[in-house]
Design a binder for this molecule. Structure first.
Ligand SMILES: Cc1cc2nc3c(=O)[nH]c(=O)nc-3n(C[C@H](O)[C@H](O)[C@H](O)COP(=O)(O)OP(=O)(O)OC[C@H]3O[C@@H](n4cnc5c(N)ncnc54)[C@H](O)[C@@H]3O)c2cc1C
Ligand code: SF4
Length: 336
């Protein structure tokens, strides 16, 4: 491993100043914030991340879950995934988030992993994690060995000819259907970024994954309350029951009135380059009776633009079935 300097930030402003010493907040950043370390330290050992300065952010008071504005919730950046999943307000108010968190990683990892670290975890594409392979996300312009290689775990939605890596987080899929807002402190003050704008498509710059600038520190995430009477849930399909990333997953928020879908939000994981909001599928269902036929029609639309490669073509059907089952699970007795 390369040598690096470890600093512990004394305040949010201190962390921002230390972070801003790097020319980039993205791939190649020379300063990295250390939260739980379950992604960062792995990637440093593999020589994928090579920060000269690592800034610990565990004493900034960002480890609290509090009531947010409009009866929502505010979740600090360093709240542990386990604490978040078991918080009473999350279990009762946002089951989709609780279920997504508990579907991720293992108990030990969740005890270390934090909200912002999970939000910003890097892809699990094996070529990204191997400095001997060509990877545009790791070394811009170097090529992509995944395109003609092993891509069973990679994306079929939101891909580009430069990168087909998935965003691996379960939590992020729940956050898109909860319409979370990411709050950031930076050199020029504080700003709020809707989750829909936070993870960027790879296009021709897959190494730029978010709008974060050098020194930007995620301080917390806010969740608005769910619509009255809405139910939510998360379904994850994977090769084994634990300790495994999603092949396909679906987060659902559903509000049904008099047998018709008043509001629905659908998020997909494991199949897309960013946590994916299936907006067209939502439109198909909205205002319609909640029948299996309508759910199946919506699921088909969600995968309409899939661009599979030979090794991951099976995921289109898997994701379609995942959506159908996830909605059925959440619908309960509202299903006609
Ligand atoms: C074996 C294994 C299995 C796993 N399985 C799953 C799974 O099934 N589902 C899943 O979702 N995840 C899974 N994970 C990933 C795990 O959830 C992440 O590693 C974890 O959430 C990262 O959180 P962390 O606090 O440890 O982040 P860190 O490793 O500390 O940080 C991750 C990144 O975020 C940046 N960062 C952290 N905090 C901030 C901040 N406040 N502001 C700005 N930047 C910040 C860091 O600089 C770094 O770049 C798995 C991991 C392992 C090792
Ligand atoms: S899919 Fe993306 S992350 Fe994987 S090798 Fe290609 S460019 Fe790199």
């Amino acid at each position: 491993m390369r040598t690096f300097e470890l600093r512990r930030a004394a305040s949010v402003d201190d962390a921002v100043l230390l972070g801003a010493a790097s020319p980039t907040a993205q791939q190649g950043a020379t300063v990295r914030y250390l939260a739980g370390g379950t992604t960062l330290l792995d990637l440093m050992k593999l020589d994928v991340e090579q920060p000269a300065h690592v800034v610990q952010i565990d004493r900034l008071g960002l480890d609290r879950i509090e009531a947010g504005e409009d009866a929502g919730l505010s979740i600090g950046a360093t709240v542990r995934n386990s604490d978040l999943a078991h918080d009473e307000r999350v279990r009762l108010g946002y089951p989709v988030l609780c279920e997504a968190l508990l579907a991720g990683a293992s108990g030990q990892l969740r005890n270390m992993a934090t909200t912002a670290g999970n939000l910003l975890q890097r892809t699990r594409c094996v070529y990204f994690r191997d400095p001997g392979m060509a990877c545009n996300k790791r070394v811009p312009g170097s090529g992509c060995d995944a395109l003609e290689g092993y891509h069973r775990n990679l994306a079929l939605l939101g891909t580009s000819e430069h990168c087909i890596a998935t965003n691996p987080s379960d939590m992020n899929v729940a956050l898109v259907v909860l319409e979370a807002v990411v709050h950031v402190a930076g050199l020029h003050g504080r700003r709020a970024i809707p989750i829909a704008n936070f993870h960027l498509l790879p296009r021709d710059t897959p190494h730029i994954e978010t709008p974060l600038m050098p020194g930007d520190l995620v301080t917390h995430i806010t969740l608005p309350p769910l619509p009255p009477g809405a139910r939510s849930g998360y379904l994850k399909l994977r090769d084994r029951a634990s300790y495994e990333f999603a092949l396909a997953s679906c987060a659902v928020v559903l509000q049904v009135t008099d047998g018709r879908v008043e509001r629905v939000r659908l998020g997909l994981g494991g199949v897309a380059t960013r946590p994916w909001r299936a907006v067209d599928a939502e439109h198909i269902l909205t205002g319609q009776p909640l029948t299996v036929a309508n759910i199946e029609a919506a699921a088909a639309v969600a995968l309409r633009d899939a661009q599979p490669r030979p090794g991951n073509a099976f995921k289109a059907e898997l994701a379609r079935r995942c959506i159908v089952q996830a909605i059925r699970n959440v619908a309960g007795e509202d299903l006609q």
